[in-house]
Structures are given as structure tokens and as C-alpha cells.
Design a binder for this molecule. Structure first.
Ligand code: GH3
Ligand code: MG
Ligand code: MG
Ligand code: MG
Length: 313
């Protein structure tokens, strides 16, 4: 399939001699290209900015601002520098040809030229431009896809919060920060009380709704720098960087209280839950997240043992 149709391509022709413009216009028009014209450098720059042509045929020798200067100015603008510029010049000087390429031209056609040669060069550079564009789009799509896959690999499908894999990765990073800079760092291990009963009484689907409601409530109490995710089943973890034990206890208590005071409605019944939270924080000597999580787990176990609906550190 062709990369482009001539009628979709706008070519800007720049020349100070009207007859030259007419000759080139006729050649391009025969093939179906759209054309725009400029008879001096200033006009050319104005057209390039407003019409964003697909390609520019640029006369080298023009009074006031010559083609080389026009080319340089276009190349200096990152939004325009992708537009291919072909010089058309009667100059036989090797120096001019070299300068044209140095300024960023993609090609150089010497006057007088055969129309077939001009068209072949125009076509080739448009094909190159469009294939570059296609490649760029493909790469962009790949980048988007990788981002989506990354998100999928790191999030819990039911709640949209981070999953265990991601939580553990962030936790390890936080530990390293604490070890390096002696920052405080706290962990909340949150578990819904008697959740099995919710499932048994209202069904698994309401159980799912309860889990979603719980995650939303917890997220409401956390800061954007905290990391919250599902550790497994109805057990969740919040990582609180630069937070000490006292601060973490206050956050945990707020969450527990708030969950207790809310409910979701199912068939006109109010379904409410309580949660238990085990809190631990970084201690000098903690080598990795395991020991911190173990202390949070022990605290959670104690909270359950002492009757649930409580925060223990
Ligand atoms: P405890 O207060 O000691 O934590 O009691 P519990 O009933 O909450 O604890 P237990 O670990 O015995 O039960 C957890 C239940 O959570 C069992 C499991 O079926 C349910 N569960 C785990 N994941 C999901 C889920 O994604 N959706 C639903 N609806 N239930 C889940
Ligand atoms: Mg001229
Ligand atoms: Mg539970
Ligand atoms: Mg559990």
C-alpha cells in the first residue's frame, strides 16, 4: 500500500522568479500534489509556520534572505525541522551544494532539471518522511503497550490497587532509603474481621464489593507518597515512607474508626465491617522487609486475638 497520496501532500515552492514558480507548479500539479508558493524568504517562513507543508522546494539564490538562511531558520525550530527541504539552484558552485547539506537540506537539484528527476526526488523524500512517521507511531504504540502491561503486572484486578509483587518491590526500595538516610518508615497490615461470614451471609459478589469499599476508604486516608496494595485475599498493606510509629498509629486508628462507621447497602440491608490493623516500623538493623512484615503480622495476630476491630503495634 502506498504510504501517501499526492493530493494529501502539500509542497511549498519558494523562488523569487515568478516563471520558476510557474514551471515547478505545473510539474507538481500534473501529478496531483497540492502546492503553496512564496516569492521570498520571509514569506516562505510565514507559510511554513502557518501551513506546515510536507516538503519544501527552496530556491538558493534570493535577494535579502537567501535559501540557506531560510533553511537554517526552519531547522532551528524543532516543530518544523522534520520537514524535508530540497534546494533547487542554478548555482554550479560546489560550495553552495555543501552549505545546503550542512544547513540540513535533504537534497539538491541543479537547474536546469528534468521534471522526471524532480518528481522522483520529491517522491522519494516524501516516502522517507512518511515511513519515518509510521515508524514513530509504531514505536509510540509499543511504548503504550509496555506501559499497559506494566500496570497489569503490578495491579490487583478487583480493586485496582497495587499487588503483592509491586508492594514488595517498593518496600525494598523504602528499606534501602531508611538504611541510607535513617528515614522512618512504617507498615500497616490490614485485615477484614470475620470476612468469611460476610461471604457466607451475603455471597461472594457482595464480599467483593466490601473489599472494594474498604480499599477506597483506606486510600482516602493515605497520602500520595504512601503505597497501598492487596497483599492477598482480604489482607492489605500500606507502606508509609518517612512516617514514624506514632504517626502510623494515628493513621491506622483513623482508618479503623472510619471503616467501622460506614456501611454498604445490599437488598436494603446495611452491611458493615470492622478491620484489624498490625502496625510496625523500621528499626536500625532491619535488613529487608521480611522482619518488618513479620512484626506487623504478629501485631495483627494479637489484634485478632484480643477481639478484633483494633490497631496494635
Ligand atoms: P479473621 O477475622 O480472623 O480475619 O476472619 P476471616 O473470616 O476474615 O478470615 P479467613 O482468613 O478465615 O477468611 C478470609 C476469607 O476471605 C476467605 C476467603 O474466601 C475470602 N476471600 C479472599 N479473597 C476474596 C475475594 O477476592 N473476594 C471475596 N468475596 N472473598 C475473598
Ligand atoms: Mg533565485
Ligand atoms: Mg480476615
Ligand atoms: Mg486474612
Amino acid at each position: 500500500m502506498a504510504l501517501f497520496k499526492p493530493e494529501d501532500c502539500l509542497i511549498l515552492v519558494v523562488d523569487d522568479v515568478k516563471l520558476n514558480l510557474q514551471i515547478v507548479a505545473k510539474i507538481l500539479d500534473n501529478v496531483g500534489y497540492e502546492c503553496s508558493f512564496a516569492s521570498n524568504g520571509y514569506q516562505a517562513l510565514k507559510r511554513v509556520r502557518s501551513a506546515r507543508p510536507d516538503l519544501i522546494l527552496l530556491d538558493l539564490m534570493m535577494p535579502e534572505m537567501d535559501g540557506l538562511e531560510v533553511c537554517e531558520k526552519i531547522q532551528a525550530n524543532p516543530e518544523l525541522s522534520e520537514i524535508p527541504i530540497i534546494f533547487i539552484s542554478a548555482s554550479q558552485e560546489q560550495e553552495h551544494l555543501l552549505q545546503a547539506f550542512q544547513k540540513g537540506a535533504v537534497d539538491y537539484v541543479a537547474k536546469p532539471f528534468h521534471s522526471a528527476e524532480l518528481l522522483a526526488r520529491v517522491r522519494m523524500h516524501l516516502e522517507l518522511k512518511y515511513s519515518r512517521q509510521k515508524l514513530k507511531n509504531l514505536l509510540q504504540e509499543q511504548v503504550e503497550l509496555v506501559k499497559q502491561l506494566e500496570t497489569l503486572a503490578n495491579t490487583d484486578p478487583l480493586t485496582g490497587v497495587w499487588n503483592r509483587r509491586y508492594l514488595l518491590m517498593i518496600a525494598e526500595q523504602e528499606i534501602k532509603r531508611s538504611q541510607l538516610y535513617n528515614f522512618s518508615f512504617a507498615v500497616l497490615l490490614i485485615d477484614i474481621d470475620h470476612f468469611k461470614k460476610i461471604n457466607d451471609t451475603y455471597g461472594h459478589s457482595i464480599g467483593d464489593d466490601v473489599i472494594i469499599f474498604m480499599t477506597k476508604t483506606v486510600l482516602y486516608h493515605l497520602q500520595s507518597t504512601d503505597c497501598f496494595g492487596r497483599f492477598g485475599g482480604e489482607e492489605f498493606v500500606a507502606l508509609l515512607p518517612e512516617t514514624d510509629m506514632d504517626e502510623a498509629m494515628i493513621v491506622a486508628e483513623c482508618i479503623r474508626e472510619n471503616i467501622k462507621n460506614q456501611y454498604i447497602t445490599f437488598e436494603e440491608q446495611k452491611v458493615s465491617i470492622t478491620i484489624s490493623i498490625g502496625v510496625s516500623s523500621y528499626r536500625t538493623g532491619d535488613k529487608n522487609i521480611d522482619s518488618i512484615l513479620r512484626r506487623a503480622d504478629q501485631a495483627l495476630y494479637q489484634a485478632k486475638h484480643e477481639g478484633r476491630n483494633r490497631v496494635i503495634s
